[in-house]
Ligand binder design. Structure first.
Ligand SMILES: Cc1cc2nc3c(=O)[nH]c(=O)nc-3n(C[C@H](O)[C@H](O)[C@H](O)COP(=O)(O)OP(=O)(O)OC[C@H]3O[C@@H](n4cnc5c(N)ncnc54)[C@H](O)[C@@H]3O)c2cc1C
Length: 340
């Protein structure tokens, strides 16, 4: 077995969150990881550290403390202004060797996935990807990472007993975020960054930001499945009434009825809506994980035995093509009465 660069005996009892920025602010998933990290650190009585890389990002430290970090480690350098895998992996590696965290958590976003994978190889440790939950076994100081396996058929619990840091990535929306009422920590540690332009082989020439939608933050999700036969116009009308967003299961995405970024579920978006409406959806596990935290689920399905009904608060057994037009009409009228 290949030994990791540092051993469990050398670790510091700390949980590090590799924070991600977008347009100079913390991403929602970074706040979610800080909130989860705070819970784990409290249970284990360890230190929660936010690792912040960028250029002149000191203004974000208050927010990081407000989400529960005991310490913020800042790596500030002009070459860290934009994410580049070489610069970020170099700087993060330097910080990790300095701090030797027990646990290191990343967002499962394209940049952080890339970063986490490279670092795991450099540190010669393991990486648990796309975890659906995390806990610390405080008896053994062990991170226990929950992942789904065999196409969602099983939940597996993974541990890394002999390697450090214990690394994991978590997708946006898996955890919720909340700030502390008050916080007293103010330990800021500057990470010395040695970076030279000539050591970097890539350079950002132009940054094109797509007009992505963030369904993880939607309060209402109106989801259509194969059973609506591509009628996403009705989904949009329903979503508009509730000021919500339209989502979908995989089949209509694969069939090109709707953009892939609106796919809900294990390989799509995991939401925390107050209300989820599922139309013509069977209720496969892969989809359910995307709405399982909804406060209220309403399902419309022609089949009274459809599994979706087991996860629903309100079950409408009906042909969606028959019930949706009068339902939308009635809701529009009610909405009009309320707003007139
Ligand atoms: C590794 C892996 C990852 C996956 N990731 C995802 C994911 O992230 N998200 C996801 O959604 N899927 C995912 N899937 C696919 C998933 O397993 C299911 O196949 C999919 O969710 C089924 O979509 P559906 O409910 O729309 O279709 P179906 O399972 O075909 O169900 C259609 C439903 O519509 C009902 N229906 C039919 N006609 C009508 C009507 N006229 N009115 C009302 N109801 C009607 C039927 O009774 C049925 O229950 C994944 C699969 C794998 C293997």
């Amino acid at each position: 077995m290949v030994a990791s660069i540092y051993s469990p005996e050398e670790e510091t009892k700390s949980i590090w969150i590799c924070l991600e920025l977008k347009a100079g602010t913390l991403t929602p998933v970074s706040r979610e990881l800080l909130t989860k990290g705070r819970q784990l650190a409290k249970e284990a009585n360890w230190t929660l550290v936010g690792l912040l890389l960028g250029n002149k990002v000191e203004n974000l430290t208050d927010e990081i403390f407000a989400y529960g970090a005991n310490e913020v480690w800042i790596g500030s350098h002009p070459l860290l202004e934009e994410f580049s895998i070489e610069a970020y992996s170099h700087a993060t590696y330097q910080a990790i060797l300095d701090g030797k965290p027990s646990i290191l958590l990343f967002s499962a976003t394209p940049n952080s996935r890339d970063l986490a994978g490279r670092l795991a190889v450099r540190l010669r440790t393991g990486l648990n990807a796309d975890c659906t939950d995390l806990r610390v076994d405080t008896e053994r100081d062990m991170l226990v990472a929950e992942v789904t396996g065999f196409g969602g058929g099983i939940l597996a619990y993974l541990e890394s007993p002999h390697h450090r840091p214990q690394m994991a990535t978590v997708r946006p929306g898996v955890f919720t975020s909340d700030k502390l009422e008050s916080h007293s920590s103010r330990i800021i540690h500057q990470v010395p960054i040695t970076l030279e332009r000539e050591h970097l082989h890539t350079k950002t020439i132009e940054r094109v930001v797509g007009e992505g939608i963030d369904l993880t933050q939607a309060e209402v999700l109106v989801c259509g499945g194969r059973g609506i036969a591509g009628d996403f116009a009705s989904m949009e009308q329903l979503a508009e009434i509730f000021s919500g967003e339209v989502g979908a299961t995989r089949p209509p995405v694969d069939e090109g009825h709707i953009e892939r970024e609106r796919q809900i579920g294990q390989t799509g978006v995991i939401g925390h809506p107050k209300l989820a409406i599922a139309c013509g959806i069977s209720g496969a596990f892969h989809f359910i994980v995307g709405i399982q935290d909804a406060n209220t689920v309403v399902a419309i399905n022609i089949d009274p035995e459809a599994p979706i009904f087991e996860f629903s608060d309100y079950c409408i057994v009906e042909d969606a093509s028959l019930i949706l037009p009068p339902l939308i009409q009635a809701l529009k009228e009610k909405h009009k009465v309320i707003h007139d």
